[in-house]
Design a protein. Structure first.
Length: 190
């Protein structure tokens, strides 16, 4: 009689372990990136000064450019995977490195913007910067998106890829728009 509950417990544990082993660890930073750009936009009055206005506009332009390049590359790669019906499990080291390099540039440009803001935005930017840096340097234990995981050869479903790409793409596009709008606000103040 006691063996039956023990047997059921073992089945539950093995099932849970099996499903856990299949999941791909993704830390989608697009939400935090969007939130940070919203705060940059809404708090211009709190950190803008005329003496750093030109440098801030220049750094925002670079951030916008690199973020747009990263977003476009992500979109093109994802579309290509679906168009060519590429199966999971096939590593693509070249495109994996392209995405890592582009996000590294976004990270660098974020630092340039963050350094010109106030203490609150700097702290928020530093946390986001650390989050992205830790994922980029996790040696494949965590990924920025299911696309990056897919490109390293991880078993990612097309559904995960589609949902991830749609939501993150929208957030990144919105962040790019907010950066441009923030630039315009700063230019008006100058």
């Amino acid at each position: 009689m006691m063996l039956r509950p023990l047997f059921i417990l073992m089945i539950i544990l093995f099932s849970a372990t099996g499903s856990y082993a299949q999941s791909v660890p993704v830390e989608d930073v697009s939400k935090n990136l969007l939130t940070w750009t919203q705060h940059l936009h809404s708090n211009v009055d709190k950190y803008f000064t005329r003496d750093k206005g030109a440098e801030l506009v220049r750094n925002l332009e670079l951030l916008k450019t690199y973020l747009a390049a990263y977003t476009k590359t992500r979109k093109n790669l994802s579309d290509s995977i679906f168009r060519k019906n590429i199966a999971p499990g096939t590593p693509d080291p070249r495109n994996t490195e392209v995405l890592k390099t582009q996000m590294g540039e976004v990270l660098r440009q974020m630092r340039g913007v963050t350094d010109l803001t106030n203490n609150d935005l700097r702290a928020e930017g530093d946390r986001l910067n650390d989050q992205i840096y830790n994922v980029l340097n996790s040696d494949g234990t965590v990924f920025l998106s299911y696309l990056e995981a897919f490109l390293t050869g991880k078993e990612v479903t097309k559904k995960e890829l589609a949902l991830d790409n749609g939501a993150a793409y929208s957030r990144l596009q919105e962040a790019i728009g907010l950066i441009g709008s923030t630039q315009d606000r700063i230019k008006q103040k100058m």
